[in-house]
Design a protein. Structure first.
Ligand SMILES: *Cc1c(COP(=O)(O)O)cnc(C)c1O
Length: 362
């Protein structure tokens, strides 16, 4: 028997393992594995979704005209600098497709967003993964690895899963040392949670640097993970080419209209994200006063670099109804959720800290 012929790279690709809900024996469930917003959509967004349900027999606006226009206003750029995707993951895939030719390589830090190497493999690209230094992207090591095969560099800022943030000056120096013919994508999925004094978006670099693109999403602070809307800001040439790679009609009318409603209400929604930031500070302070040594996170999650103790810690969390993201042998990423969710997580750490820290050093 012969199997249908499928590219051999598929045999080596891991299947993406999405977060599974966990429930404790007492029925508690705290979803802290997927970096979602704990806030459901605000009333205006829900009403907009309901309002457009009746047009589901029609194809959506192919170009997302109104959304592109409002995003351009929101970002203070011209409309020809904005590309849409069904989630920013789709835009990452479009970027990969745009550079995938024989011998081409993609580069990212590691550990970083787990979908980077997966999408690179799917596109037939080799992915060079440059180790982090002190849980932070090592831009010097990355520059040193760039050569003529490097076509796309992904800079996740803040970095998922470590939460660390690269300052603007350092990022600008990095951009200046990357060849202009190599695309550089700054993934700012978590930018709305950044509170570092003086922090600036890489969007400020886009006007002067035609190889830089910035990725944003409605899935995190804007709370629309289930509707799949992401966007990219970059040079008109890059945007024009990327738009060709978007799967036709991949942004539903409901997704487009909900994103527009969220943008109209960005003040209220970003205030909710501010509550998450306040919770992040509370969680980080509690952890550090309990003796945990963790990198300061600028995102809506914290990173516990537990090494070999990660799996056991994740299992203990699951028993108590707290779903977290475990990277075996490396660490555990825990989303900042509602105050009650975060208390449930802190209760686990309160009971585990000494045990885990001892376990790691022995
Ligand atoms: C969550 C996340 C995204 C957003 O994904 P969507 O496809 O927009 O839901 C992008 N990049 C990183 C690093 C993320 O963590």
């Amino acid at each position: 028997m012969h199997k249908p012929r499928i590219r051999s790279v598929f045999d080596r690709l891991p299947s993406y393992a999405p977060a599974h809900p966990v429930v404790s024996a007492s029925g508690e469930s705290h979803p802290l594995a997927a970096n979602e917003s704990p806030h459901g959509p605000i009333a205006d967004v829900v009403a907009t979704i309901a309002e457009h349900a009746g047009s589901a027999n029609r194809y959506p606006d192919f170009n997302g005209t109104e959304l592109v226009s409002q995003l351009a206003r929101h970002c203070g750029v011209a409309e020809d600098r904005v590309a849409l995707g069904a989630g920013s993951v789709a835009l990452i895939q479009m970027l990969m497709q745009a550079v995938a030719e024989a011998g081409a390589e993609v580069m990212c830090g590691w550990r970083s967003f787990e979908l980077y190497p997966l999408l690179a493999g799917l596109a037939g690209l080799r992915c060079v993964q440059v180790p982090l230094a002190a849980e932070t992207l090592d831009l010097t090591a990355m520059v040193n690895r760039v050569d003529d095969r490097t076509r796309l560099i992904l800079v996740c800022n803040p970095n998922n899963p470590t939460g660390t943030f690269i300052d603007h000056e350092q990022l600008r120096e990095f951009v200046d040392s990357v060849p202009e013919n190599c695309l550089l994508a700054v993934d700012e999925a978590y930018f709305d949670y950044v509170r570092r004094p003086g922090a600036r978006s890489a969007m400020d670099l886009v006007p002067d640097r035609p190889n830089v693109v910035v990725l944003r999403t409605f899935s995190k602070a804007y709370g629309l993970a289930g509707l799949r809307v992401g966007y990219l800001v970059g040079a008109p040439y890059v945007v024009r080419q990327l738009r060709k790679a978007r799967l036709p009609y991949s942004l539903s009318t409901i997704a487009q209209k909900a994103a527009l409603a969220a943008l109209r209400n960005s003040g209220e929604i970003l205030a909710q994200a501010g509550e998450t930031v306040a919770e992040r500070t509370r969680v980080q302070q509690k952890l550090s006063s309990a003796g945990w040594v963790i990198p300061w996170s600028e995102a809506n999650f914290v990173w516990l670099p537990l090494g070999p103790a990660s799996v056991a810690f994740g299992a203990r969390c699951a028993e108590l109804g707290v779903a977290v993201r475990v990277f075996p042998g490396e660490g555990v990423r825990v989303t900042i959720g509602s105050p009650a969710d975060n208390d449930a997580f802190l209760a686990v750490t309160g009971r585990m800290a000494n045990h885990v820290i001892l376990g790691e050093s022995s």
